[in-house]
Design a protein around this ligand. Sequence first.
Ligand code: PLP
Length: 480
Amino acid sequence: MNIRLSTGKEIPVEMHKVRIVQKTSLPPVEERLKAIKEGGYNTFALRTKDIFIDMLTDSGTNAMSDNQLAAMMVSDDAYAGSESFYKLARVIEDVLGFRYVLPTHQGRAAEHLLAKVFIKPGDIIPMNYHFTTTKAHIELVGGQVLEIYADEALKTQSTHPFKGNLDIQKLKDTIKKYGASKIPFVRMEATTNLLGGQPFSIENLKEVKRVCSEYNIPLVVDGSLISENAYFIKIREKEYKNKSIQEIIKEIMSFADLFYLSARKSSCVRGGFIATNNKKFYEEIKPWLPVYEGFLTYGGMSTKEIEAMAVGLREMTDISVAGSAAEQVKYFAERFIEYGIPVVTPPGGLACHVDAMMFLPHIPQSQYPAGALAAAIYIVSGVRSMERGTISMDRDQDGNEVYSDLELARLAVPRRVYTVSHIEYVVDRLHWLYQHRDMVKGLKFIEEPPVLRFFFGKLEPLDNWGSKLGETFKKEIGAQ
Ligand SMILES: *Cc1c(COP(=O)(O)O)cnc(C)c1O
């Protein structure tokens, strides 16, 4: 909860107490240099022992609640007909309003099934913005992603409250151009991950649905970060100021023909599912579930996770849970802005995103400024962030680079894991790095996988800048 101090300053105060902890340590700068070099300047290759504060992702790294942990103890491990599944299905009906549930081992597995069942080669899938795994699954079955975001979406410095909105005119033009038969569904992503955690408004969603209905095109909502989107609607969309997070989530759901999520985000567990009220869709997907995931009542998940998911889905409708990351992200962004460090605004729902093209304007996109920034942040702080830029895009079919619209180093805020003092430490080290930004140069690939290359790719720094940066840091700040 944001609390205004007597000085007038607002800080995010955690509405929970920490009762289980995991020890962490800060490896000295020489060790950090060795680790990033061995990992090919790719933060995905770092190990927990090399990391002080892990802001790679909010995926599966959130703190569970006491009630979630307790629920795991009473799970029912039946292969078929597990009572844990029926508990989850009841919660999904209560919280989201869907009758049919198809559990999957995580979010991308839901995307795999949707792509397999609904997309034919040559199909077009319009969406507010892609997510890496969504795009990979759509393209693997021969479909094409078409992003029709509003112009404001790519402006990193903005005051627009809903940069995750879809451009309605562009949607109409797209349907006219390709024909509704080529569009198996329109996809709306809640709190668009790769745009910096930016939400859509209900007003926009309503319009999207109206156009979809006119042409009989199903609307798919990716709700991995649904509670944060609902939180932003509550604080940014006037008509919803007095509605509860639960009421807002239900209203969003009323527009979705198909819903899926990765439970690793808002609901603080691991796993995923597809949900719908459309029996025909359900029956079309169902036969494939045991082929790729597992039987209908576990879908590749442990029944312990299913129990914890049922609790997590209810808990995410509590505003102090729905807003827990967003409020820390806001504080984070405001502190960076005080130092003139360029971050994505308005602050989003899952992470503080540093704009690498503005931070490192001397590095061209062909030399991966966001990847270089993520590596530099690690060297000077032991903090792990994630590249969300051109390295996260794969080459096109002819082997050409596809430059990302944005080059961001993403400092994710796992829910209920870090405190304001951790954030202050990160802000301080980035402030130092910003003053030494000229020392950071580009990267080049030395090992490049053909698909989702950001996971396993290895790179090296041009001009050996990493070691020089580390040495300067040691001289000015010390080993840590
Ligand atoms: C994380 C995520 C996915 C993929 O889910 P996984 O559980 O990581 O497979 C899909 N869409 C969005 C918006 C996500 O944030």
